[in-house]
Design a protein around this ligand. Sequence first.
Ligand code: SAM
Length: 215
Amino acid sequence: MTAPVRTFKVRRRVTPGQADALARLLPGYGVDATRPFVAAQAFGRQAPLVLEIGSGMGEATAAMAAADPGRDVLAVEVHTPGLGTLLRRIEDAGLTNVRVLEGDAREVLADLLAPGSLDEVRVFFPDPWPKARHAKRRLVTAGFAALVASRLRPGGRLHVATDWTSYAEQVEQVLAGSEEYDVVARDRGARPVTRFEQRGLDAGRQPHDVVARRR
Ligand SMILES: C[S@@+](CC[C@H](N)C(=O)[O-])C[C@H]1O[C@@H](n2cnc3c(N)ncnc32)[C@H](O)[C@@H]1O
């Protein structure tokens, strides 16, 4: 079987601070990427579960978890340095409602998360892959939306933000055109500015948010 096309570039150089955070904090906040994820075990309570895909340096993850202590957040990233930074934010803010998993979110969704187990899925500024020949690497496709829908509870939400016009059009097509979702909002809600969003704003790009509710 051929490996699925990658939605990310592999970049793993960690700073000493990130290495320290990974070594000290991953044992406590990290999730085993080889076993089905059982939220009640990981968090020690029953609470609605949010999945953030591609948490980057964790600005949104930590801020939104701190503002929403009644829900638990699982952050999934392939970028090890970013996970180190997120772990430091978790420690600094004393957060108990965040866990991190290093891996490809598509595999996590397909293999580790149970159907109907998610309250919300967040995808903030997925890699834009702006060149036409790379468009097949984009994460948010009809197949991805269907996989997410299968893991969301009925009424659960998928929130995607991007600042690339052609990707925003793709997200609109995928979500507004899907029989599994209703688009319920096109604003950022409580989403703070992330590192990638700020880079885009500095370069003159504007964010587009789409929030879709699973039927
Ligand atoms: C452009 S960055 C945005 C990061 C952050 N959300 C922000 O707004 O600053 C996209 C992130 O998604 C991650 N990513 C891409 N494909 C992924 C996948 N299949 N599973 C998990 N993370 C992924 C990348 O490693 C990268 O950190």
